[in-house]
Write a protein that binds this ligand. Sequence first.
Ligand code: SF4
Ligand code: SF4
Length: 152
Amino acid sequence: MAGYKKKDFRRNTPLAGLQKVAEIYEWIERQIYAKNNLVGQCNACGRCCDFDAYDHRLYVSTPEIIYLAASLGVENLKPMTTGKCPYNIDGRCGVYQYRFAGCRIFSCKADVDFQSRLTEAALKKLKSLCTEYEIPYLYTDLASALNSPIVF
Ligand code: SF4
Ligand code: SF4
């Protein structure tokens, strides 16, 4: 199973790199607002964060996990022990400000092609970030990312 290694975070991701993840998230939000007719409504019910029950999967990239770890503190990263995102508390996202690209893009009522295109474009940016900061690019399901031996 792919893991996120200590040296990747400490050595290669300065503050500027983390800021760039935030900028990519902001870019995603701008694309979503600009295509309002394709986005659909989300009432933040949190059902899609219960992946097994909803039959949904969330994939995350290395910079996103690093960003979350840096934002929350590595010690506050939670393993995923059920089929539900561990940050979903009583149906609400407990890390809303730092949530992943997939969380921002997915909507059960939005245009699927739009979501696919936006996902591909966002991943391209995240991958470029890995190249720029010499971080291995991994794109894995959330359980694998959170449950891998993360030793930042
Ligand atoms: S990070 Fe937040 S929005 Fe994303 S799956 Fe987890 S609870 Fe849901
Ligand atoms: S995308 Fe759909 S299932 Fe997910 S939180 Fe929004 S309304 Fe609920």
